[in-house]
Design a binder for this molecule. Sequence first.
Ligand code: NDP
Length: 293
Amino acid sequence: SVSVKVINGREISDNLIEEIGREIAIRVEQGHPRPGLAVVLVGDDPASAIYVRNKIRSAEKAGVSSVVKRLEQDCTQQELDEVVTELNARDDIHGILVQLPLPRHLSEDRILNLIDPDKDVDGFHPINAGLLASGQAKLIPCTPLGCLEILQREFGDLTGKHAVVVGRSNIVGKPMASLLLQADCTVSIVHSKSVAAESLCQQADILVAAAGVPELVTDKWVKPGAVVIDVGINATEIDGQRKLVGDVNFDDVAEKCRAITPVPGGVGPMTIASLIKNTLVAAKQLDAEPQAV
Ligand code: NDP
């Protein structure tokens, strides 16, 4: 179809990071501290290493100073806890992110609970999840925040739209649904136990796919003229070639919808822009409310 719009997440992300960079430059000029981001990387998962490198590169573009704390694959929970506790105490660090997944012997819940909620730029601490759910959001998970940014920049007011979110994880699905609800959408959530996922999705004006199932969403799931946001990042092999595919069958669905995000180059870059934005938000907040000494 010639009329479908392929949303350029990379371009929106670059613009956003530039805007944030300008704001940071002005703040630093005015004497505010330069925002600082710490990324904790445990082990040697190659995909995690690439994600971390991209996050650091974008931080630097925006003028956010950054440190990477690397721990060995076989480090202890106590060693990891100590790294986070030290970062919690550092005045020059405003954002802390522990790259997931962690090696199996380490507890993700434990470490996410240990990060100072004021520095929790991934927005995964239960305090931040609760604030978002109760309409008092401070730090919002980066991927859903990036999806909302795309939707609002490209389509403006979302009031009254029926948004269907496929997936209910704490990282993507649930916070995405909260954000869309706060943007005055009517929101449905489908998951692996839903009996009528396909027919619900057919009613969506906005369809967000975050199931982690390659090309789950086909054209039959999509209402003509819908906006489709594909969060999925699935590594597959096609004819011996390694390739990333989303949770949406792009070629089929693009024929039918009004706009769609590609994989890669859609939601992925927006997730990183949101991280940089959250680091600035955290730095501003910590700057405005100095911690007790
Ligand atoms: P999870 O595996 O934690 O959650 C997947 C969700 O999808 C679950 O709620 C699951 O249901 C639901 N689901 C699974 N299969 C189906 C199905 N057949 N029909 C309907 N619902 C289904 O994944 P995440 O939320 O962490 O990530 C989702 C995808 O997004 C992945 O591909 C991931 O790689 C990608 N991702 C991309 C990011 C980015 O920056 N672009 C960032 C984070 C993730 P149930 O709860 O019942 O199990």
